[in-house]
Design a protein around this ligand. Structure first.
Ligand SMILES: [Zn+2]
Ligand SMILES: [Zn+2]
Length: 271
């Protein structure tokens, strides 16, 4: 495995077997991260509550933390491992947000909108025969609701809808939705929150990060400062994938720093 050249590589979006769509152990993820010369990772397993009952059916943050602590011990001095979470649709569940954020000591909360209010997944939207403009407008209004609700540190894959459009061979161009995106940016910037650059799209059909250069530039122009980067790895070998390309793009968009978190406090690292 080749070592990366950048002196500071982080991956702030990694799934382990505590997510139903991954079977990677945290120890394996940490091992690969160290081999690739990554200095910091955030384990961000899915937490997708449906109701207040069976809250931790698949996702159990207390057991997960034990596994993180084991990996921290094994790779101490080599790798920082954060206890993060990818919290799906936090704005749908204010009571659950209150509960989980008070009872667990997270380092980093990624707020992602994977589903609309009818629990329909973004990958199930009718991209082929539906009205794309209505679908995309509705998608961004959900993200705006999540931004207003403000129970996260960074917004995950802001334009995930492009990824699923691409799967159905529908190219979704964001130029018609700039006002909606600016609204979201203004809210999170005012609240001291940020966005992530998710590099998983670079290994998928859409062939770009989420968001891509134009939108990251727009975020910078609006005064955005908090920006993280993550591969959205679901297997250990994907940890750190295309992070160097993503960092290059973030710099090109005008950023001089990338953001890391500790106990939900942002820190800025020169890139
Ligand atoms: Zn996600
Ligand atoms: Zn994810």
């Amino acid at each position: 495995m080749s070592k990366m050249i950048n002196k500071f590589i982080v991956d702030y979006h990694v799934h382990s077997h505590f997510s139903s769509d991954s079977s990677a152990s945290i120890l394996d993820i940490a091992k690969v991260a160290v081999e690739k010369g990554i200095s910091e990772i955030a384990i961000t397993d899915h937490f997708e509550p449906i109701n207040l009952k069976n809250l931790y059916k698949d996702y159990n943050p207390s057991i997960l933390l034990l596994e993180i602590e084991e990996a921290r011990e094994r790779y101490k001095d080599k790798l920082i491992i954060l206890h993060g979470v990818e919290y799906g649709q936090p704005h749908h569940f204010p009571e659950i947000s209150k509960h989980i954020l008070q009872s667990h000591d997270f380092d980093y909360i990624l707020g992602s909108t994977h589903k609309n209010k009818d629990f329909l997944d973004v990958n199930k939207f009718d991209y082929v025969s539906g009205d794309i403009q209505t679908i995309v407008k509705h998608y961004f209004s959900e993200i705006k609701d999540m931004a207003v609700d403000n129970n996260f540190d960074c917004i995950g894959h802001l334009d995930l809808i492009r990824r699923y459009g691409a799967v159905k061979k529908v190219v979704i161009s964001l130029e018609n939705y700039i006002e909606d995106i600016v609204d979201i940016f203004d809210i999170i910037i005012k609240n001291g929150k940020g966005i992530e650059v998710n590099t998983s799209g670079l290994r998928q059909k859409m062939n770009s990060s989420m968001p891509d250069l134009d939108i990251v530039k727009l975020y910078h122009a609006r005064g955005g400062k908090i920006i993280t980067i993550g591969s959205d790895a679901h297997v250990a070998s994907q940890v750190g994938s295309d992070i160097d390309a993503g960092l290059f793009m973030i710099k090109k968009a005008g950023f001089k720093t990338i953001t890391t978190f500790q106990k939900r406090e942002p820190h800025f690292i020169t890139i």
